[in-house]
Design a protein around this ligand. Structure first.
Ligand code: CA
Length: 84
């Protein structure tokens, strides 16, 4: 088992969070719909695999945990960079 779907979900969360922070800094207006439209592919990928995520989590091995920690760190730094 791999963690493809889990990583796709995290990827979508990261991308949405970063775009939301960047676009909402200047207030909310109609152009902010791009937060969703520019991420629609990632959202779609994430939703398609969402049912497999609990199985992936149950079956995590050490290598996959390492990948998740790396991804988590990447997300934190991406969000911090977007907030600046
Ligand atoms: Ca805006």
């Amino acid at each position: 088992m791999d963690i493809k779907n889990l990583l796709e979900m995290l990827e979508a969360v990261q991308s949405l969070a970063v775009d939301a922070i960047k676009n909402l800094k200047d207030g909310v207006d109609i152009s902010d719909v791009s937060i969703l439209t520019s991420n629609i592919g990632k959202i779609k990928d994430a939703l398609e695999g969402i049912a497999s995520i609990p199985e992936e989590v149950k079956d995590l091995d050490q290598e996959e945990i390492k990948q998740l920690v790396l991804k988590g760190t990447e997300i934190v730094f991406a969000i911090l960079a977007a907030v600046k």
